[in-house]
Design a protein. Structure first.
Length: 110
């Protein structure tokens, strides 16, 4: 059995238990321009969860698009200037590249 399926079943079970426990609990919901009376609490929670998911989708789409746009030329340029010594494009004592950034090879960062 897949761990994703097990996790989904667990979350669904918790959500179902929340619904069962709050069937009789009701509240008024005021959105500013309209007011709903005697709304079950689980519907309010479900709507808040669904709205959060809906607002996350555009954010994830933009973040995924930005992550996919890497410039291969910039990545190759960074590889050329890594390393120690003046002949690899760094200054002898400063640990800085000619472009002014830090030398990542000195810190063990790839």
């Amino acid at each position: 059995m897949s761990w994703k399926l097990i996790r989904f079943i667990a979350v669904f079970t918790v959500f179902l238990l929340f619904i069962i426990a709050n069937l009789e609990n009701r509240s008024n919901v005021n959105l500013g321009f309209v007011s709903f009376e005697d709304v079950p609490v689980f519907i309010t929670a479900f709507c808040a969860f669904a709205l959060g998911m809906a607002l996350t989708i555009p954010y994830m789409a933009v973040a995924g698009r930005k992550k996919g746009k890497t410039k291969p030329a910039a990545a190759d340029e960074g590889k050329k200037t890594r390393g120690k010594g003046a002949k690899n494009g760094t200054e002898a004592g400063g640990g800085k590249t000619e472009t002014g950034g830090s030398d990542l090879a000195d810190y063990g960062i790839d």
